[in-house]
Design a protein around this ligand. Structure first.
Ligand SMILES: [Zn+2]
Length: 199
């Protein structure tokens, strides 16, 4: 499973492959960006500045609440439907949307997601596997295992220059995470290194 901002979760196996971030979250994020632009123009310490600061703080709280609720739905779904889930160690994709802000929110989300997954998988006797942070889940072709170090955050589609594979960036990343378990268990996914097959 690949965790993101726009698409909250991309799951390599169905029945539900994508979980969008809820609309109220999008709206609140847009509002927050607007407030922060406005705040930058205000005189520090002025009345208007203080009022806006307060509204921003409240909005932060609302965003956090929505995010936690959404994550609870997601982690319940995952722990109910899967015996093993592989996730990323860090959410580096947080840098995507609006710089530091989005990154911060994504990091908080990733932390809370992992906390919930850990205890929920445990309750149900499942396994949570965390791919090590150097595993190139985004920059690796999920079909042939080739790497594309030049892939940027703007590339929404993974297009492999070795085998021609084309896949939505998040879906490619989630597939790579699924393959991660096989690798760590010494089982190579088809085409992973060109020689080995499942044993
Ligand atoms: Zn490829």
């Amino acid at each position: 499973m690949d965790l993101g901002i726009e698409t909250l979760a991309t799951i390599s196996r169905g029945p539900v492959n994508e979980r969008e971030s809820p609309k109220p979250l999008h709206n609140a994020l847009r509002k927050l960006a607007r407030y922060q632009r406005r705040l930058a123009k205000k005189v520090k310490g002025s009345n208007g500045y203080r009022k806006l600061r307060l509204r921003i703080a409240r909005l932060h709280k609302r965003i956090a609440d929505i995010r936690v609720n959404t994550l609870h739905q997601l982690t319940s779904y995952l722990s109910d439907h899967f015996a093993e889930v592989v996730i990323e160690d860090l959410n580096i994709k947080g840098m995507m949307a609006n710089g530091r802000l989005a990154r911060h929110i994504a990091d908080v989300g990733a932390f809370e997601f992992r906390r919930q997954m850990t205890y929920k998988m445990d309750w149900r006797g499942g396994v949570l596997t965390v791919a090590d942070r150097w595993y190139p889940s985004s920059k690796r072709c999920s079909a042939c295992g080739a790497h594309r170090p030049d892939l940027t955050l703007a590339d929404r589609v993974y297009h492999c220059q070795v085998c021609g594979h084309r896949q939505c960036r998040d879906a490619n990343a989630s597939k790579n995470l699924e393959n991660y378990t096989a690798r760590s268990a010494g089982i190579h996914a088809a085409g992973d290194d060109g020689s080995a097959r499942a044993v």
